[in-house]
Design a protein around this ligand. Structure first.
Ligand code: KG4
Ligand code: ZN
Length: 331
């Protein structure tokens, strides 16, 4: 089974061909990061216009790299939501056009389920059930995953997502975009105990990161002189540690509460080096297996969408041409 996965929910125009829901024949990602950098965040109107420009070349390159033609694919999986509606509609329209033209089945995929399924692209992956922490620019949630299309939310952010907390802090500190990558890089040489930033909602599986961001803002405002370069490293490391602490604590707590022995960590923030280090360390202490997709599959890509699509198509699921985009998944 060869599935063409298409992903345009945010600022990556991505497509991939995946065989039997596991093996990648090609995976092409055109990132718009440079385009949005000067605004310090994704500008939806610019994102959707860029998707229109590059989606066809990205799909052609994906098929060429897989050394197949559109006639060879078994079906198409396309991100339907959650995401930026204008961006999602570009992927959906092109996917529907290909499905119509080539008479192929099409399914609309939940982007978050795609992130969770990215774990199946690795050499090792867990059996169901497992606990999944999805940490991206738009989402921070913990799920109990019983199987494909069978996940139950256990906790989620009440305000900012973890990626958003990284991005907003990097903007306040003026250290580059995307914020998570900039803070990760600076933190490597910083002292993580330099400032004790708040860890919110300790007793719950829900998250809150807006107080953390405000605390950083106060910290910057009350200073008489700007932070030196070395102090910036310490601030970054301390701030990152506060985010990582709560993500690790709550995910392991969820696994213990539900007596589940495997954890999957996925989404853009899952490429954070300190987060990965802490999950590995805690896994050994807690005796709970942790699976993290490689960094390329943590950020948005078409392969993860194809993995979910493969499962849906195998089950005989089909979507119609009136399928619409969702900014929030209707669950
Ligand atoms: O999953 P993703 O590519 O897009 C969304 O669905 O949101 O995640 C993007 C987010 C951004 O907030 C970015 O700052 C964050 O992932 N990110 C990181 C790192 N790399 C990307 N956050 C922390 N450390 C990183 N190394
Ligand atoms: Zn994502």
């Amino acid at each position: 089974m060869l599935v063409l996965g298409i992903e345009t929910s945010c600022d990556e125009t991505a497509a991939a061909v995946v065989k039997d829901g596991r093996f990648i024949l090609s995976n092409v990602v055109a990132s718009q990061i440079d385009l949005h950098r000067k605004y310090g965040g994704v500008v939806p109107e610019i994102a959707s216009r860029k998707h229109i420009e590059v989606i066809i070349p990205v799909i052609i390159q994906t098929l060429n790299e897989a050394q197949i033609t559109m006639d060879d694919i078994s079906g198409i999986a396309v991100t339907r939501g959650p995401g930026l509606v204008g961006s999602l509609l570009v992927g959906l329209s092109v996917a529907k056009a290909i499905a119509f033209m080539k008479d192929k089945p099409i399914v609309g995929v939940n982007h978050l389920e795609g992130h969770i399924a990215s774990v199946f692209l690795g050499d090792t992956y867990p059996d169901f059930p497992f606990i999944a922490l999805v940490v991206s620019g738009g989402h921070t949630s913990i799920y109990h995953v019983g199987g494909f299309q069978n996940f139950k939310i256990l906790g989620q952010t009440r305000d900012d997502a973890a990626g958003e907390a990284f991005d907003k802090a990097a903007k306040l500190m003026n250290i580059g975009y995307p914020g998570g990558v900039a803070i990760d890089r600076l933190s490597k040489k910083g002292n993580k105990n330099w400032i004790q930033f708040p860890r919110a909602m300790k007793e719950s599986l829900d998250f809150s990161f807006s107080g953390l961001k405000t605390s950083l803002l106060h910290c910057i405002k009350k200073r008489e002189r700007p932070f030196s370069d070395d102090e910036m490293k310490d601030v970054a490391a301390s701030y990152q540690e506060a985010i990582v602490d709560v993500l690790v604590d709550k995910t392991f707590r969820a696994a213990r509460l539900l007596s589940v022995s495997s954890i999957v960590v996925c989404g853009g923030v899952a490429s954070n080096s300190r987060l990965r280090e802490r999950f590995v360390e805690t896994s050994a202490i807690a005796g709970i297996d942790v699976f993290m997709p490689s960094a390329v599959f943590c950020t948005d890509n078409g392969a993860m969408i194809a993995v979910v699509g493969n499962h849906m198509l195998e089950k005989g699921q089909r979507d119609n041409f009136d399928m619409n985009a969702f900014s929030r998944w209707p669950l």
